[in-house]
Design a protein around this ligand. Structure first.
Ligand SMILES: Cc1ncc(C[n+]2csc(CCO)c2C)c(N)n1
Length: 222
């Protein structure tokens, strides 16, 4: 599967991409062996993660260079707050964890590290720095979702999670994000961005965010 040219190149150069998308936590969702408590720990942390991630996409609206970029980024803010977080709220509610309990849970250090890294990429850099740090999250889950939809055990209890990220709405959002990235790169770095001095730095940001994703799965310990 492909979510655009830039992503394909950065992905190939991020040493931890497979450690992220094929993490034991992910394989545990696929075969159903992941303990429920581990999943719920992850989901509560992920709820807190998404709050700051929505702030980062809102910062992307501020850092955008034209109305099309603003529209694309504000759509992600909306999707995140009104759709993606609903999965977390509903799944946790079914396990007796309400939103107040989720909000009262201290953020884990690896969670703080990840979201604040992304926010700093945007605050200290420009739109491209921020997009490079945002992409592993969006596109990695797209890749995981569509692989698990094909490979997961039919009776895995994590079917809702898989369906959310494998579904046509989320996959369409991934294609839009990949296009947004390709257009943003072409607009600022031209048609041969690999020869820009910024290319390596942007790839490093992508690789660092990928590393932070690997750490995030570690939060799902029962
Ligand atoms: C640690 C972590 N990484 C990635 C995602 C997935 N995700 C976060 S924001 C976003 C884009 C808008 O839907 C997506 C897909 C997650 N939930 N948690």
């Amino acid at each position: 599967m492909s979510y655009g040219r830039t992503f394909t190149e950065w992905r190939a150069q991020a040493p931890d991409w497979d450690a992220y998308t094929r993490h034991p936590f992910v394989q545990g969702m696929a075969d159903g062996s992941l303990p429920r408590d581990a999943f719920l720990n992850y989901l509560v942390q992920d709820y807190l993660f998404l709050i700051h991630f929505a702030r980062a996409w809102a910062l992307a609206v501020v850092k955008a260079g034209d109305l099309d970029e603003m529209r694309a980024c504000s759509a992600v803010v909306h999707t995140l707050i009104d759709h993606e977080m609903a999965l977390h709220v509903e799944t946790c509610a079914a396990a007796g964890i309400d939103t107040n309990a989720m909000l009262a849970t201290p953020e884990a250090l690896t969670n703080i590290a990840y979201t604040r890294y992304v926010l700093d990429a945007g605050l200290s850099g420009d739109f491209l720095d921020l997009l490079a740090a945002l992409m592993p999250c969006v596109l990695g889950y797209g890749e995981i979702g569509s692989r698990l939809a094909a490979e997961a055990a039919p009776d895995t209890p994590y079917r809702d999670w898989i369906d959310t990220y494998a579904g046509p709405e989320y996959q369409a959002a991934c294609h839009s994000a990949g296009e947004l990235l390709d257009r943003a790169i072409a607009k600022r770095l031209g048609n041969a961005p690999q020869s820009s001095p910024r290319w390596a730095t942007l790839g490093d940001r992508f690789a660092t965010a990928t590393r932070l994703e690997v750490g995030f799965w570690g939060l799902g310990r029962a």
